[in-house]
Design a protein around this ligand. Structure first.
Ligand code: HEC
Length: 113
């Protein structure tokens, strides 16, 4: 009786397990970028909305809306630093960020609008 029940329920259990694993994997593929930004000190100069030392991330997103090269450009700027786009205060470089992390952060900023 119990065996029969297990045989019936097992495939569903396996499906649920697979689903759970897929969810866990996709959570890993989409890391928490806000936490990454926080860890790298971005929020000491940037807010999500208004200007602090640098532009708010929503302002950045609005400025580059429709610019298909913005992700690459901004990723490089985040890594190497730069000035002159938003005012006279420069952004310092963030050399400890990996290329992939800088790209993910740039893409995330561009979605902040
Ligand atoms: C010490 C202050 C400071 C820190 C820390 C900082 N930024 Fe900036 N950021 C700035 C300033 C100032 C500008 C404007 C630079 C300019 O006018 O070209 C800027 C500009 C930007 C831009 C727009 C660049 C452009 O060319 O339009 C993005 C995107 C950005 N920052 C993302 C980040 C991210 C992500 C981090 C964290 C890894 C970060 N910033 C950390 C000060 C900072």
């Amino acid at each position: 009786m119990l065996k029969e029940w297990i045989r019936r329920i097992a495939p569903r259990g396996a499906a649920a397990l697979a689903f759970g694993l897929a969810l866990a994997a996709s959570a890993q593929a989409a890391p928490d970028l806000k936490a990454l930004a926080d860890k790298n000190g971005c929020f000491s100069c940037h807010g999500m909305q208004g200007k602090l030392v640098g532009p708010g991330f929503a302002e950045v997103a609005a400025r580059y809306k429709g610019d298909s090269e913005a992700t690459g450009k901004l990723a490089r700027k985040i890594q190497e630093g730069g000035k002159g786009v938003w005012g006279r205060i420069p952004m310092p470089p963030h050399p400890s960020l990996k290329d992939e992390e800088a790209r993910q952060l740039a893409a995330w900023v561009l979605e902040a609008g």
